[in-house]
Design a protein around this ligand. Structure first.
Ligand code: SF4
Length: 434
């Protein structure tokens, strides 16, 4: 969501005649778009602002903007600690960026941290790094209250975007050369709960949205993130299975394999229910890849709780996992819970989890060797003359050949590591999107 907002900030400034610079010394406007999910986000923000202070002293025309979740959370604190900041703009106020910059020119430092999104950032111009794929916001905010998470405090309650607006944006993107979209929401499964269908008491549902996006001519790949296991519904599996463009990959956050910890996290599903969903998803969509998020060392997590997580990881056979060591986010309920675990305990558990998951991921990747997949070229690989591409199952494939980004090719997998596959093309580029 933060990257999506950065694209819109860039788009707004470029629509106003700005061009990006390589170096901060050459900049007329510097925007720090912050993400409060990351550890130490505030230390890094104030560190960066400290570096900008002498620059501002040398060049009073420089405008410094702090945007994003920390701006929403810290509000007036930012200009108190760094009075050389010109604009503080919260997550709901992005459309006002240019007006705020002009106001700051005339009147000095300004702040807009309104509590409600009036215009979805998706309606703003975007400066996208890729011309062939795009983020599309379907809802902002979240109505859950996971005890470790800062999102509800900085993004507010869920607000869904009408299906017509989403489809219009995607149709425009496809006309501009986009072949892959990722639908974005904090909890895509509750999409539409806050909307009504005109002339009916029904509400649009995520499964319906998937089917309608699938009908957009020329769109080859649909991804989405993230579904919440508690709100997951069978109609989403049906829509995924029957919609050709929906990729065979799901990111399905587990967070913990211990029912006791899930309860303390206020994640309202339990491990067996989670595993049951996985079985149903895999039965309906053969070959689907599943990735997840897991937090290690949540306050009060015992050795038995952690063993439960390892057991679920063994049983679930995730194709990949984002693993995190728990660290408190000030303002969340978990941050003030007793029984915060010592760093060395969390570290030791984390290493065991990473070792287990890496072995499972490596085995899943080795099982792809010898198979052929359609891959979408993303750009140059790390080595000269190589290319990075991606399967529909979200696996990265390195090809020893230069190909234009946005190209679809068939690739046969020749080797596999933990983080990527190696492949060779077995077809000529099929579709050049850009
Ligand atoms: S569902 Fe996701 S965004 Fe919402 S509170 Fe929980 S972790 Fe945060």
């Amino acid at each position: 969501m933060n990257e999506h907002d950065s694209e819109r900030i860039g788009g707004l400034l470029m629509a106003d005649g700005m061009t990006p610079t390589e170096s901060v010394e050459d900049a007329r406007i510097v925007v720090l778009n912050t993400c409060a999910i990351r550890e130490n986000a505030d230390n890094r923000l104030y560190g960066n602002l400290g570096h900008l202070k002498p620059l501002k002293a040398r060049n009073p025309d420089l405008r410094i903007v702090v945007a994003g979740c920390l701006a929403q959370k810290d509000q007036g604190e930012i200009q108190r600690r760094a009075p050389w900041v010109d604009v503080v703009i919260g997550t709901h106020a992005l459309p006002n960026l240019l007006d705020l910059l002009r106001l700051a020119e005339e009147e000095g430092p300004v702040m807009d941290v309104r509590e409600y999104t009036e215009i979805f950032p998706s309606a703003l111009p975007a400066a996208r790094t890729d011309a062939f794929r795009a983020w599309v916001s379907i809802a902002v905010g979240c109505d859950n209250a996971c005890t470790f998470c800062i999102v509800p405090f900085v993004r507010g309650a869920q607000r869904s975007r009408p299906i017509g607006d989403i489809l219009a944006e995607i149709q425009g993107l496809v006309r501009a050369g986009v072949v892959e979209v990722t639908l974005l929401g904090q909890n895509v499964n509750t999409y539409g709960r806050d909307l009504t269908v005109p002339g009916s008491s029904r509400r649009p549902r995520f499964a319906q949205l998937l089917r309608e996006v699938n009908e957009v001519d020329g769109l080859r790949r649909i991804r989405f993130t993230s579904p919440h296991p508690h709100d997951f519904t069978p109609d989403v599996i049906d829509a995924m299975a029957s919609s050709e463009a929906v990729c065979e990959h799901i990111h399905f956050p587990l967070q913990s394999g211990s029912d006791r910890v899930l309860k303390a996290m206020q994640r309202s599903y339990r491990r067996e229910r989670y595993l049951d969903w996985l079985t149903r998803i895999r039965e309906a969509i053969p070959g689907i890849a599943v990735s997840t998020d897991i937090i290690v060392g949540f306050p009060g997590e015992t050795a038995e709780d952690f063993a439960d997580t390892l057991e679920v990881v063994e049983r679930a056979r995730f194709d990949g996992a984002y693993t995190f060591q728990y660290s408190p986010r000030p303002g969340t309920r978990a941050a003030s819970m007793d029984e915060q675990l010592p760093k060395e305990v969390v570290q030791e558990r984390f290493e065991r989890l990473v070792a287990l998951q890496s072995a499972i991921t490596a085995a899943a990747n080795r099982a792809q060797v010898g198979r052929t997949f359609e891959v979408l070229v993303e750009g140059g690989g790390k080595r000269r003359g190589s290319t990075q591409a991606r399967t529909r199952t979200n696996r990265i494939v390195h090809l020893r050949q230069e190909l234009p980004p946005g190209t679809f090719v068939e690739a046969r997998i020749t080797d596999a590591g933990v983080h990527h596959l190696i492949g060779e093309t077995v077809s000529t580029p099929a579709t050049v999107a850009v």
